[in-house]
Ligand binder design. Structure first.
Ligand SMILES: C[S@@+](CC[C@H](N)C(=O)[O-])C[C@H]1O[C@@H](n2cnc3c(N)ncnc32)[C@H](O)[C@@H]1O
Length: 188
């Protein structure tokens, strides 16, 4: 099994600190289901995870992972772009996780795109309860990744500081373009 990257681990630490039993949360890019499984564990029996991906393969991999741990009933798996998440989630959420880029083991040409990522982020911030957070693991090693990162940073820099705090983590001593992490907290 591939090692979990440091930015994902850091994202999970933040998520763990703000998610409680029974909460509603979103995995905006479920991929192979590692983050969805993590979220399903921390929301507990009464919680709910809404997990989005555009690729049937990703949803099938995620379902298998959840079923192996008997956690599938806590998760709504939704085959849709995350830019449409407000069509599927109609309640406040404590956290939203994004892990951008392509599906590991899948078609590397199918990647998250700046336009839809920004739309999904804006909608996520609207659904977030006060004190809730959005985490975004952002890669710039693949084609299109650098542009997506620039657009995201620009969007985040312009968020109203009365309403949101945005942290940006960068790993500065690893080779091969390690991903960065954005953590957005809704203040009120
Ligand atoms: C790096 S992977 C996610 C890894 C995943 N979080 C995990 O734990 O395994 C990125 C995923 O984003 C998905 N994706 C690309 N565009 C999307 C969109 N508009 N909406 C939702 N998912 C999208 C890809 O299909 C891919 O599976």
């Amino acid at each position: 099994m591939a090692a979990i990257n440091k930015s994902v681990l850091m994202a999970r630490r933040y998520i763990s600190s703000c998610v409680s039993d029974g909460d509603r949360v979103i995995d905006a890019t479920c991929g192979n289901g590692h983050d969805t499984l993590f979220l399903a564990e921390i929301v507990g029996e009464k919680g709910k995870v809404f997990s989005f991906d555009i690729q049937p393969e990703a949803l099938a991999n995620t379902r298998r992972r959840l079923e192996a741990r008997n956690l599938a009933d806590r998760v709504h798996l939704i085959q849709s772009g995350h830019e449409h998440l407000d069509n599927h989630v109609h309640e406040r959420v404590a956290a939203v996780m994004f892990n951008l880029g392509y599906l590991p083991g899948g078609d590397h040409r199918i990647i998250t795109r700046p336009d839809s990522t920004i739309k999904a982020l804006a909608k996520s911030l609207q659904l977030l309860c006060a004190g809730g957070i959005v985490t975004m693991v952002v890669y710039d090693g693949h084609e299109g990744g650098g542009e997506e990162k620039d657009v995201l940073l620009n969007y985040c820099r312009n968020l109203n500081q009365e309403h949101f705090t945005v942290l940006c983590y960068a790993i500065i001593n690893q080779i091969n373009d390690p991903p960065s992490l954005l953590v957005l907290e809704r203040l009120l």
